[in-house]
Design a protein around this ligand. Structure first.
Ligand SMILES: [Zn+2]
Length: 566
C-alpha cells in the first residue's frame, strides 16, 4: 500500500451538507456530519465515509507508531466473545446493562466485547510460565460495544467505537511501574502529535478495578467530565475523586438540641431562609441503599454528596438513592425532614460535619427541624471525605486556588495489579519456584473521541481546522475553471509534483463555482489550499493556510518547495 493517497473529487465519493445536522447535539458531531466524514446509521452508531476514514486511519497510525516504539506488540482480538469468559472474571454481572449480549443457534451466550482484559489474559497464558517470560505488552486497535443509555455528542458517546487497548504483563508492581512510565511517555507523544490541549488527571478505577487510574482529558466546554486543576502546583484530578481538604471549624459551646416548627421548609435553602441562619450551620441528610443496606449520610448544608467517594469509603459496589419504600424501613420521616436523631440506620458523616457544633437538621417529622444538634446526640458509624470539591475550596496538595474545567476523556491508563490474573488464574513461577500472580497494566485510547476532541478545539465558523498530522489530506488544489486549459494543465502538473513528493493531496476538479469549492475546502479543513486561478497566466498560484496565517501568491515552480518548507 502506498503511504500517501490522492483523490480527485470529480467522479469520487465526496459530499458536504449545507445545513446543520438535525440530530447532532455537539459542534464536533455537526461539523463531522456536515463535512461528509461520518454519517449516523442508528443511535450511537456511525459510518465513516472516505474522508472520515482517512482521519481515523491517521489517528490510528500515530497511535500504532508510538505503541510499536514503546515495544508493544500488535494483535487483533475478536469482537464476539463467549459469555463464559466474562462469567469467570465476574464481569458478566458487574458490567450490567452496558453489555450487548446475544445467543447463537444452540442457545449459547455470547457478548460483543465491551473491553478485552479477559481475552488478553488468555493470550498471555500461552507464553507465561516463569518469571523469565515477562515483561511484555500487547495491544490492539479494534471496536468495542457498549449499550449506552443515552448515546450523544456525535462520536463522543457512542455504542460502537474503535479503541486502542494495550495490556502490560509484569512480575510485580515495581515492574509494572516501568511499563506504565513507558506508556505515559507514548501517550504524551500521541496527544501532542494530534495537537490536543489536554490534562492528565487522577480518576476513579471504576469497573476496571485496580490500584491507580489516570485519565487524559482534552479540554473542551462540552466535555462530560469536570476537572479540578490547581493554579499553582501540578495537582489535577477528575471531580469525582478530588479530595476535599476543608479547614472549616466552628468553635462554640455545645447546647442542647430543641425541636422547632418549620412549616413548608424542606430544602436547605428554605430552612436557612425560614430560620434566618447561616448555611454553614445546617446539615444535609441523604439516605442511600448501599449494597442492599439502607444508610444515612450527613454533609454540611452547602455541599454535594459524591457517590464515588461514598462507595469507596464503605468498600461497596453499588450506591443508589433510597426509594420511599426503603426510607420507611428506618424512619417515619419523609424526604425533606430527615435527620440523624433516633434513626434506625448506620450514619456516615462527612469529615466537615465532625467540626460542626449546634447545627440544624431535620427532625424526621414533617414541618419540624432540630436546632443546636451536636455529634453527641447520635452514633456515627463512619466518617470520611464523601463530598464534591467546590471551586471555592483550596488545592488539597498546596492550598492554592483551584479552578474547574471540562474535559473529554480521550485516553486512560490503569495499574490493574493482580485483579484479573487472580480472577482468571494467570500465574508464573518465580526464582524460588513459588507460584505468583502476574501484575498487569491496561492502557486505552478512544480514536473517535480523539477526532471529536480535535474538532472541538480546532475549528472556526467556516468549519474544521485539522492539524496536518491527522488531516484527511495535507493539501488541496482548487482549480477555478475547468474550461481554462492552461490552468487545468498547471493544476495537473502541481498535483503530480505533490504526489512525487509524498504530500497527501486532494484535487478539486469538480464543475462547481469557485465559491462552492472554497466553502467545501474550509468546511473539511484541509490545512493548505493551492488555488489555480486567473493569475496562472502571470505564473502565479495562491497559497492559503486554513488557519489564515499564510495567504500569498507563489510562483508555480516554487509551490512544492514552499509547502515542504512550511
Ligand atoms: Zn496545588
Amino acid at each position: 500500500m502506498k503511504a500517501v493517497i490522492f483523490m480527485r473529487l470529480k467522479n469520487n465519493f465526496f459530499y458536504t451538507l449545507r445545513e446543520n445536522a438535525k440530530d447532532e447535539d455537539s459542534l464536533s458531531g455537526n461539523l463531522l456530519v456536515r463535512s461528509g466524514m461520518i454519517k449516523k446509521s442508528a443511535s450511537g452508531i456511525y459510518m465513516f465515509m472516505p474522508l472520515g476514514l482517512r482521519v481515523k486511519q491517521k489517528v490510528e497510525n500515530i497511535i500504532r507508531k508510538e505503541m510499536n516504539e514503546a515495544g508493544a506488540n500488535e494483535v487483533f482480538m475478536p469482537f464476539l466473545i463467549s459469555a463464559d469468559i466474562f462469567a469467570e472474571s465476574g464481569r458478566l454481572s458487574s458490567f450490567g446493562d452496558e453489555m450487548f449480549k446475544l445467543k447463537d443457534r444452540y442457545n449459547r451466550e455470547y457478548l460483543l466485547g465491551p473491553t478485552h482484559e479477559e481475552l488478553f489474559v488468555i493470550a498471555a497464558k500461552e507464553k507465561i510460565k516463569s518469571y523469565r517470560d515477562m515483561p511484555f505488552n500487547l495491544y490492539q486497535i479494534g471496536d468495542k460495544f457498549r449499550d449506552e443509555a443515552r448515546p450523544r455528542y456525535g462520536l463522543i458517546r457512542t455504542r460502537e467505537f474503535t479503541m486502542k487497548d494495550a495490556y502490560s504483563f509484569d512480575i510485580d508492581e515495581a515492574h509494572t511501574d516501568i511499563a506504565y512510565a513507558k506508556m505515559t511517555k507514548a501517550y504524551h507523544n500521541i496527544f501532542d502529535a494530534m495537537e490536543l490541549d489536554y490534562r492528565v488527571v487522577k480518576s476513579d478505577t471504576g469497573a476496571m478495578g485496580g490500584v491507580l487510574s489516570e485519565e487524559y482529558q482534552a479540554l473542551s466546554d462540552m466535555g462530560e467530565d469536570v476537572l479540578v486543576i490547581c493554579d499553582k502546583c501540578d495537582f489535577s484530578s477528575n471531580l469525582e475523586v478530588a479530595s476535599v481538604n476543608s479547614d472549616y471549624k466552628k468553635e462554640e459551646k455545645e447546647k442542647n438540641y430543641e425541636i422547632v416548627e418549620t412549616p413548608g421548609a424542606k430544602t436547605i435553602e428554605e430552612v436557612v431562609n425560614f430560620l434566618s441562619i447561616d448555611i454553614n450551620d445546617t446539615v444535609k441528610t441523604l439516605v442511600y441503599n448501599i449494597d442492599g443496606e439502607i444508610v444515612m449520610t450527613l454533609i454540611k448544608g452547602d455541599r454535594e454528596l459524591n457517590d464515588t467517594k461514598l462507595r469507596k469509603l464503605l468498600n461497596a459496589t453499588s450506591v443508589e438513592m433510597a426509594t420511599e419504600e426503603e426510607l420507611k424501613t428506618i424512619t417515619t420521616g419523609t424526604f425533606g425532614s430527615l435527620g440523624p436523631i433516633g434513626i434506625k440506620a448506620k450514619i456516615i458523616v462527612d469529615n466537615e460535619v465532625l467540626n460542626m457544633v449546634n447545627f440544624v437538621c431535620g427532625a424526621n417529622k414533617d414541618g419540624y427541624h432540630y436546632v443546636n444538634v451536636n455529634l453527641k446526640d447520635f452514633d456515627i458509624y463512619k466518617a470520611g471525605d464523601i463530598v464534591n470539591i467546590k471551586e471555592t475550596d483550596k488545592c488539597p496538595i498546596c492550598g492554592s486556588k483551584i479552578s474547574f474545567q471540562r474535559g473529554i476523556e480521550v485516553g486512560n491508563t490503569f495499574k490493574l495489579g493482580t485483579k484479573y490474573s487472580e480472577a482468571l488464574g494467570l500465574t508464573y513461577l518465580d526464582e524460588n519456584n513459588k507460584t505468583k500472580y502476574v501484575d498487569m497494566g491496561c492502557y486505552g485510547i478512544g480514536t473517535a473521541r480523539c477526532i471529536s476532541a480535535v474538532v472541538q478545539q480546532h475549528h472556526d465558523e467556516n468549519g474544521i481546522i485539522w492539524p496536518v498530522s491527522i488531516a484527511p489530506f495535507t493539501a488541496a488544489i482548487v482549480l477555478i475553471s475547468n474550461k481554462d486549459e492552461y490552468a487545468s494543465k498547471v493544476a495537473e502538473q502541481i498535483y503530480k509534483e505533490l504526489e512525487n513528493n509524498n504530500i497527501d493531496t486532494l484535487f478539486d476538479d469538480r464543475d462547481e463555482r469557485p465559491g462552492v469549492k472554497f466553502k467545501d475546502m474550509d468546511l473539511i479543513g484541509i490545512p493548505y489550499r493551492i488555488t489555480v486561478g486567473k493569475k496562472v497566466s502571470d505564473g502565479l498560484v495562491e497559497l492559503k493556510t486554513r488557519d489564515g496565517k499564510i495567504n500569498k501568491d507563489v510562483k508555480i515552480e516554487d509551490i512544492v518547495k514552499e509547502l515542504k518548507n512550511i
